[in-house]
Design a protein around this ligand. Structure first.
Ligand SMILES: [Ca+2]
Ligand SMILES: [Ca+2]
Length: 405
């Protein structure tokens, strides 16, 4: 039964499309489990803050990313999975959101497919470049491409400015990863899923000769690979084993969302589990995060003696009683909610819960439930002040924590 539920939930991740009824059933199952256990304070258990709609007049079509351009304007951008980037003033009173880019005609967005990632170049204000990650059909593949704004403060971008950097086949419709982000090193990091189906039947995540089940790292300011280059210290630079030089870390199932801690530079990823465990990983260069040998701390395939000693274990994991599909979050470095400062905030898409973890070096502890019905959280975003936003995928709203009056 759990396999069945998990397969359903996995299909839901990153989209929900036509299966809202299943989501409802799965969600209800979780709630009935939750009634029997105590795993932290109740909803908004910290009395000092609560969730509210950050932009009450706005609604989005399957939002999956919230970010800013780092260009000194007060604009923020929301990615809609069907293939649009919306933009608006970062003001709770904002009345409308414009369309910054529309590539719906190029994107296939059924299930977990779609326009999944957006990252502005660190020098966007000078060069107008931003990058996207999307899936398409015929053939089904992931595209990493660059667009160019005519001027940094232009409010609409010409779709014909697209330059494709990287493309690779997607054997199945699910598990496409999606997040892209620039690290403090100026390189672009790309999360890919294991390609899909269930149980990684092609063993892609452990195979370093393909792009699937990885965190990739590329240099968008170089051209040795066409429209990008390979950072000189990537782990497989110059290898003779056929390992792809773009690979930064591997052994991941579907690291749908990851983030950089803006204070420490550490990479925090939520990796969606298969049948029993959801996990959080701190991603380091060359690390093997275990899938499909392991799911969380448990052997998966093979069922015994799966670890040859080189696998990096999660910093935190949780079982089915808490959720079915993790959405990786961010280490909060804003100022408005002091109780959350320095904590890693993350969610479960299906159980709709949000938690915080205390962070110390490379360890996480003291998991606390901080919201029990945040909606189907697809992603966390930050604005230029590092304040935190929570995206409700099916509800279409952007939420935030605010101090209680
Ligand atoms: Ca796939
Ligand atoms: Ca793992």
């Amino acid at each position: 039964m759990m396999m069945y539920i998990k397969k359903t939930a996995t299909t839901l991740l990153g989209s929900l499309a036509a299966t809202a009824i299943f989501a409802f059933v799965v969600s209800m199952a979780c709630q009935s489990n939750d009634a029997e256990k105590a795993d932290g304070p109740a909803a908004g258990g910290d009395a000092s803050f609560q969730l509210e709609n950050a932009f009450p007049a706005l609604n989005f079509d399957r939002p999956v990313e919230f970010t800013h351009a780092g260009d000194g304007t007060n604009r923020v951008f929301v990615l809609e999975q069907p293939g649009r980037i919306r933009l608006f003033e970062n003001d709770p009173a904002v009345k409308t959101a414009g369309v910054y880019l529309d590539i719906q005609s190029r994107v296939s967005s059924a299930g977990e497919m779609g326009l999944l990632g957006l990252a502005f170049h660190p020098n966007f204000k000078q060069n107008g470049y931003f990058f996207v990650n999307y899936t398409k059909d015929n053939p089904r593949e992931t595209i990493i491409s660059r667009f160019k704004a005519s001027t940094a403060n232009a409010n609409q971008v010409d779709p014909t400015t697209e330059t494709i950097l990287l493309r690779f086949p997607q054997p199945y419709a699910n598990h496409n990863g999606g997040k892209i982000a620039f690290g403090p090193d100026g390189f672009l990091y790309i999360a890919t899923g294991d390609g899909g189906s269930g149980g990684d039947p092609q063993n892609n995540a452990q195979n370093r000769t393909n792009y699937l089940g990885k965190i990739l790292r590329i240099d968008v300011n170089a051209t040795t690979k066409g429209a990008y280059g390979i950072p000189a210290d990537n782990p497989y630079v110059g290898n003779k084993d056929g390992h792809l030089e773009e690979i930064f870390a591997y052994g991941l199932r579907n690291p749908w969302r990851f983030s950089f801690d803006s204070n420490t530079g550490q990479i925090w990823a939520g990796d969606v589990g298969q049948n029993t465990l959801e996990e959080i990983d701190i991603i380091t260069k060359g690390g093997n995060y275990g899938w499909r040998l392991k799911e969380g701390n448990n052997c998966f395939n093979p069922a015994n003696n799966c670890d040859q000693g080189n696998l990096v274990m999660p910093v935190h994991q949780y079982p089915r009683t808490d959720g079915l599909s993790i959405t990786g979050g961010v280490v909060y470095r804003g100022t408005k909610i002091p109780a959350l400062q320095g904590k890693y905030i993350y969610a479960d898409y299906v159980s709709k819960k949000v938690w915080s973890l205390n962070v110390s070096g490379s360890t996480a502890s003291n998991n606390q439930l901080i919201a029990s019905d945040a909606g189907s959280v697809s992603a966390f975003g930050e604005d230029a002040n590092k304040e935190l936003y929570i995206l409700d995928h099916t509800g279409g709203s952007i939420k935030r924590f605010v101090a209680k009056p």
